[in-house]
Write a new protein. Structure first.
Length: 91
């Protein structure tokens, strides 16, 4: 996520990305606002890391690209946690 967003931007984008990812992955009833924020922010880091491994330059990519990266990373995070716990997780 770009450094120009600041902490409030990270929280807002993370919360929205985590919420959308939880809807997509059908875990919304299990997650609260705080967990959505955490999943979204961690998802943004996961998505950014994976894109950098693929050679995609994410620096200065823009707010929409950052948001979509956070959603994709959050979905991967939820999928991974569900796979490791057999679907019994709170994420």
């Amino acid at each position: 996520m770009p450094g120009t967003l600041g902490i409030i931007g990270w929280i807002i984008i993370g919360g929205l990305a985590g919420w959308i990812a939880s809807k997509v992955m059908k875990t919304d009833a299990e997650q609260g606002v705080l967990l959505n924020i955490i999943v979204g922010i961690v998802g943004a880091f996961i998505g950014g890391f994976l894109l950098s491994l693929l050679g995609v330059d994410t620096d200065g990519a823009g707010l929409i690209f950052t948001f979509l990266t956070a959603i994709a990373g959050a979905c991967l995070l939820i999928f991974g946690v569900k796979a490791l716990t057999g679907g019994r997780s709170r994420v």
